[in-house]
Design a protein. Structure first.
Length: 308
């Protein structure tokens, strides 16, 4: 049974933090805190939260500077996002252990939280594991670097083309993709801050420090190759192959995802539940690297002009 999803604000480390929350009819259950990818918002978890809240409270936070949360004064690190999330949890009165689910950049933040304060984090679910080689860090940083707004809107077109490439799949309309795309624009001129923090972060080191039981979802998205590097990271890590999901799966398969993840959160940490049927489909788009197409030609890159 789905539960109503409501919105509220709490005070955080950098100002107000906007969040969505859904709660079960009967109080109880270990809270689940949801951390989105950059540069999106907690809205990506909305349908999932409504399903997941049958037996536990669910909180989907907007990262500082994204969604409707106040921004930090300067480009943050993943450690800053982790500290900000803990501050928001304090404001919510969530002092006891919580479970975390993080998507890409959010997965990095979740693992960092488990590494920094393991007594406050019971289990972690990573949607993708951005475990990057030095060469990949350089390539990702260049691809997702800040681009100054252009009068002809080409900077928005470039972002739309990449977003559409990764979210389009059979049965998903252009209108549905467009509806979610607006969340990617709420970071404004500082939308690159989340990516910059991610590409400067040593996720592998944080994973070694975390002792929380962790389930890594290899969803067949643009970080598929990097995500499978989590296999063998330690006894507390399990990787689940769910290649048919891809970006948008939290909307398109919310009920199945909630049942699958509830089974893992409530069951033995070392056992991955049976894979849902929707997760067994083919990867889409086909395996063609982490970057989608971009509009051409692109404006010249002038770091001294684009650094603001």
């Amino acid at each position: 049974m789905t539960r109503p999803v409501r919105r509220e604000y709490v005070d955080g480390r950098f100002g107000q933090v906007h969040l969505r929350c859904a709660k079960p009819v009967r109080p109880g259950g270990i809270p689940l805190v949801c951390l989105h990818m950059s540069p999106m918002s907690g809205r990506v978890f909305e349908k999932f939260a409504a399903e997941m809240a049958e037996n536990r409270p669910v909180f989907a936070l907007d990262t500082p500077g994204f969604g409707m949360s106040d921004p930090p004064p300067a480009p943050p690190r993943i450690e800053d996002y982790a500290a900000s999330t803990f501050a928001a949890l304090d404001a919510l009165g969530l002092a006891g252990p919580v479970d975390l689910i993080g998507y890409h950049t959010g997965a990095m933040t979740a693992v960092q939280m488990a590494a920094d304060a393991g007594e406050r984090v019971r289990r972690v679910i990573m949607i993708g594991a951005p475990i990057l080689t030095p060469e990949e860090r350089t390539a990702f940083a260049e691809h997702y670097r800040h681009r100054a707004p252009q009068a002809d809107g080409s900077h928005v077109l470039r972002r739309w083309q990449g977003f559409y490439h990764h979210h389009h799949r059979p049965g998903v309309s252009v209108a549905a993709i467009n509806d979610m795309f607006r969340e990617a624009l709420l970071g404004g001129n500082d939308e690159w801050w989340g990516h910059a923090a991610a590409f400067a972060h040593d996720l592998t080191a944080a994973m070694r420090r975390s002792a929380s039981a962790t389930l890594v979802l290899a969803t067949g998205d643009d970080l598929e190759t990097q995500t499978w590097r989590a296999e063998g990271s330690g006894e507390n890590y399990r990787v689940a192959a769910v290649p048919g999901w891809g970006h948008g799966f939290l909307d398109h398969h919310a009920g199945e995802v909630a049942a699958f993840l509830s089974a893992w959160l409530d069951g033995p940490a070392g056992i991955v539940p049976p894979t849902p049927a929707s997760a067994l489909g083919p990867r889409y788009p086909a395996a063609d690297g982490p970057f989608g197409p971009a509009s051409e030609p692109e404006p010249p890159h002038h770091p001294e002009r684009n650094a603001g």
